[in-house]
Design a protein around this ligand. Structure first.
Ligand code: GDP
Length: 325
């Protein structure tokens, strides 16, 4: 990309043109070397404009109501003058041949809104690859003036930890009465949560939702005794649009508290530092494995391992000795 083209893309993105933003994200997601270079040049220029958004992660099992909630929540925020970007992290997308997260057809009203930007999960074989790209997309969205970023992920596996490590506030959506096991709600997920929302608190479900709310609030009270933030447990109905404002209130309260105490700044620096090291680890591994001598030696060593003529420690050492060659 020439300097003039880059200028034009930068100007378009900063002025809030959605097509420029989409194009920049496509560059950042590309594995082509020249695209990566362009994306990095662009990000470097835009860096001073980043960091101002409220970064919110949202998770929950399929069917909990994530897309219904995000649509209603996004529209609520837009009504209050915010600009909302929805990104997704779904490392399984390359296996299933397409991401169901961040699909615009799941949020038709929100995607039609002028002040929204919705982007499906980047494809990628590894969670690390997907999350790196999402982090860069977040920065691009911030530079484009989106002041609330919603990062959606599915309620299974490692992707929740990954998303929690790139946001300021992590919201877990749940259902009442479905049983913790069924919902894959493990203690670990509760430890990541900054708030819990019991969705579908409508109709016959209102009382069960209220009970679940009290139980989880008591659990948090024990788990986070002495912590500066006790995650609120709220009931919502994405379908009826009730309880939505309370969730935003909790996010704003958390933001104010962690900004004043310096915790937000600390959390973000820590996240950046972790991201930096993850990139180094990934990059070193990829470059090392791409060397022809390493590839050849790996084939030999893997064969020896399979035939049990070499122990794993000796096998690893043989490969690692190549680092110095
Ligand atoms: P996702 O898989 O987590 O994105 O869940 P969806 O947003 O697709 O919702 C799954 C189903 O639950 C859909 O049939 C929704 O209409 C329904 N649903 C979502 N939110 C609510 C709610 O607040 N109340 C009720 N009763 N149904 C809901």
């Amino acid at each position: 990309m020439t300097s003039a083209e880059l200028d034009r893309l930068e100007r378009g993105l900063v002025s809030g043109d959605r097509r420029s933003l989409a194009k920049a994200i496509t560059l950042a997601e590309s594995s082509r070397g020249d695209h990566q270079n362009d994306a990095q040049r662009l990000l470097e220029r835009l860096l001073p404009r980043t960091g101002r958004a409220a970064r919110v992660g949202i998770t929950g099992v399929p069917g909990v109501g994530k897309s219904t909630f995000i649509e209603v929540f996004g529209l609520y925020l837009i009504e209050r003058g915010h600009r909302v970007a929805v990104l997704a992290v779904d490392p399984s997308s390359s296996l299933s041949g397409g991401s169901i997260l961040g699909d615009k057809t799941r949020m038709p009203r929100l995607s039609a809104a002028e002040a929204s930007f919705i982007r499906p999960s980047p494809a990628g074989r590894t969670l690390g690859g997907v999350t790196s790209r999402t982090r860069e997309s977040m920065l691009l969205c911030e530079a484009a003036g989106y002041d609330v970023l919603l990062v959606e992920t599915v309620g299974v596996g490692q992707s929740e930890y990954a998303v929690a490590s790139m946001v300021d506030f992590f919201l877990v959506l749940m259902l009442a009465g479905a049983g913790d096991e069924l919902q894959g709600i493990k203690r670990g997920i509760l430890e990541l949560a900054d708030a819990l929302a019991i969705n579908k608190a409508d109709g016959d479900n209102v009382r069960a939702a209220g009970r679940a709310r009290a139980e989880y609030q008591a659990a948090f009270h024990l788990m986070r005794a002495g912590a500066s933030w006790e995650p609120p447990v709220l009931t919502v109905s994405a379908q009826e649009g009730s309880g939505i404002g309370e969730i935003w209130d909790a996010i704003v309260r958390h933001r104010k508290q962690t900004t004043e105490s310096g915790e937000l700044e600390k959390k973000r620096s820590h996240q950046q530092h972790r991201w930096f090291w993850t990139l180094i680890e990934q990059g070193m591994k990829a470059r090392f494995l791409a060397r022809p001598d390493v590839a050849a030696a790996l084939a030999d060593v893997e064969r020896a391992l399979a035939q049990k003529t070499l122990a794993p420690t000796a096998a690893a050492r043989r490969i690692l000795d190549l680092v110095d060659k």
